[in-house]
Design a protein around this ligand. Structure first.
Ligand code: ADP
Ligand code: MG
Length: 396
C-alpha cells in the first residue's frame, strides 16, 4: 500500500527525520489560510498524489504570496495529474500540501528497499539527488552507494557514518545524517514498510539535513498489525477495479484489453495472458481467486470481472490442485444465473474433480464455451470475442 508524501513525512518525523514546516489543505482557500497561519515568505504547493515526478508535471509550485497559492491550487484541485509514474490516465488531486520553501545547498538521494538477493534491507544513496533513481543508475551509476543491514544487529551508527562519509557530507552534519538514516531504518522495520524513499534529502544553506520529499510503501500482508497505517489508505489514488477487489480479498490487476481472466495463481495468470496475446487477443485484467476458492468466492470474482466495462469476453482458466473444479464450476454457474452476462464465457478446467466440474457446466444449460487445453481456451476466447459479443452463444 502506498501513502501520500505528507503522511510519510509525518511518520518519518516521528522517527527523528527532520522535515520543513508544512500543512495539509483540502481546498485552495484552506491552502492560502494554512500558509498565512504558518508564516514565512515563500511556500511550495505540492499536489498529493500517489506518484513521483510531480515537479516536472506541474504538481509542485513555488509561490510568493497567499494569492499565488490560491491560484496555484485552483489549477490543481479536481484535476488529474499525469506524471511518468501515473500512466496516461493520471491521478486525481484532492489534497495539497503547503510547505515552507527552503534554501537548498545540496540534493541527495536516499532509499531503503528490501533486497531479495541478500534478503536484507538495503540502503541506496547517491550524491546526485533530485533525479529519479532509474536516471541516476543510468547516467551516474558510480555515484550510487549501497549498504545492506545485518538484521540481527540492525543499522549501526558506524555504518550510517560510513554512508555519510561516502556521500561527502561535511563532518559537522554527520550526526544529523546518522539520525536521518536511523529514523528511516527504524520506521521501515517497525512499520513493515517495503520501501522508504527520500528524494531529495537536502542540505540547506543554513546547514540542516531535511527531507523535502518522502515516499513510503507498506507490505499489504502485514497491514493487519498496523491499524494506524491502514487508516492512511486513499482509495481515490487506486484503480477503482483493483480497490473493489482488494475490499473483497481478491487480487486484481486492471489492464487495457477486452478479455477478462479469472485464474488461480499468479504464474497461471501470466501464462494465460501470454497465451491470449499469442492467440491475437488482449487481456482486460486478471483476477486471482487463489487456492481453496468456494463457489461463493468464484461467483464474487465473476461479478467483479463482469462489472469492468472493458470486458467483452471472460476466460476462466483454473488448474485445480487445492481448488476443486466442481466448486469453480458451481461458482461460475451461480454467477451466470444472477448476473445478466452479455459476453462470451469460456471455461477451461483441469485438475481435481475435473469430470464433476465439466458435468456441472454441461447440465447448467448456460451458454458456456468449454475448452480442454490452455491454447484452445485462448483461441476460443479470442474468436468468440471477435465474432460475437451477443448473448446468443452456441454450446460447444
Ligand atoms: P516529485 O519527486 O514528485 O517531483 P518533490 O517533492 O521531490 O516532488 O519536489 C520536486 C522538487 O521541488 C524537489 O526536487 C526540490 O528541488 C523542490 N522542492 C520540493 N519541496 C521543496 C521545499 N520545501 N523547498 C524548496 N524546494 C522544494
Ligand atoms: Mg521527489
Amino acid at each position: 500500500m502506498d501513502i501520500h508524501e505528507y503522511q510519510a513525512k509525518e511518520i518519518l518525523s516521528n522517527f527523528g527525520v527532520e522535515i520543513p514546516a508544512g500543512a495539509l489543505a483540502y481546498s485552495p482557500e484552506q491552502a492560502a489560510y494554512r500558509a498565512r497561519e504558518m508564516g514565512g515568505e515563500k511556500w511550495i504547493v505540492k499536489a498529493q498524489v500517489h506518484a513521483g515526478g510531480r515537479g516536472k508535471a506541474g504538481g509542485v509550485k513555488l509561490c510568493d504570496t497567499d494569492h499565488e497559492i490560491q491560484a496555484a491550487c485552483e489549477d490543481m484541485f479536481g484535476k488529474k495529474l499525469v506524471t511518468h509514474q501515473t500512466g496516461p490516465e493520471g491521478k486525481g488531486i484532492y489534497r495539497v500540501y503547503v510547505e515552507a520553501a527552503v534554501p537548498i545547498d545540496r540534493e541527495i538521494y536516499l532509499g531503503f528497499v528490501l533486497d531479495r538477493t541478500s534478503q536484507r534491507i538495503m540502503i541506496v544513496a547517491s550524491a546526485e539527488g533530485g533525479m529519479e533513481i532509474e536516471e541516476i543508475s543510468e547516467n551516474k551509476p558510480e555515484s550510487i552507494v549501497r549498504s545492506t543491514v545485518e538484521p540481527a544487529v540492525g543499522l549501526r551508527d558506524f555504518q550510517a557514518r560510513e554512508i555519510a562519509f561516502k556521500l561527502d557530507i561535511e563532518p559537522g552534519l554527520t550526526q544529523a545524517m546518522v539520525r536521518t538514516l536511523q529514523g528511516c531504518y527504524r520506521a521501515f522495520r517497525e512499520l513493515d514498510a517495503t520501501m522508504v524513499e527520500i528524494n531529495p534529502l537536502v542540505i540547506t544553506a543554513d546547514n540542516r539535513v531535511l527531507a523535502l520529499d518522502a515516499k513510503m510503501t507498506f507490505d499489504d500482508n502485514a497491514l493487519f498489525r498496523h491499524p494506524q497505517i491502514s487508516e492512511l489508505r486513499d482509495k481515490s489514488q487506486e484503480d477503482p477495479r483493483e480497490a473493489r477487489a482488494a475490499d473483497r480479498g481478491l487480487s486484481y490487476v486492471g489492464l487495457d484489453g477486452n478479455i477478462g481472466c479469472i485464474v488461480n495463481g499468479a504464474g497461471l495468470a501470466m501464462a494465460t495472458m501470454d497465451t491470449i496475446k499469442l492467440a491475437g487477443g488482449e487481456p482486460a485484467n486478471f483476477l486471482d481467486i487463489g487456492g481453496g476458492a468456494t463457489p461463493e468466492r468464484v461467483a464474487k470474482a465473476f461479478r467483479l470481472v463482469m462489472s469492468d466495462k472493458n470486458v467483452q469476453a471472460v476466460l476462466v482458466n483454473i488448474f485445480a490442485g487445492i481448488n476443486r473444479c466442481d466448486w469453480v464450476a458451481e461458482g461460475v454457474v451461480q454467477a451466470l444465473k444472477e448476473v445478466k452476462v452479455e459476453v462470451p464465457v469460456i471455461v477451461r478446467l483441469a485438475g481435481t474433480n475435473v469430470e464433476e466440474g465439466q458435468k456441472i457446466l454441461a447440465k447448467s444449460g448456460l451458454p458456456i464455451i468449454r475448452a480442454t487445453t490452455l491454447m484452445e481456451a485462448a483461441e476460443r476466447s479470442v474468436s468468440a470475442w471477435k465474432s460475437d459479443n451477443s448473448p446468443n452463444l452456441k454450446l460447444v
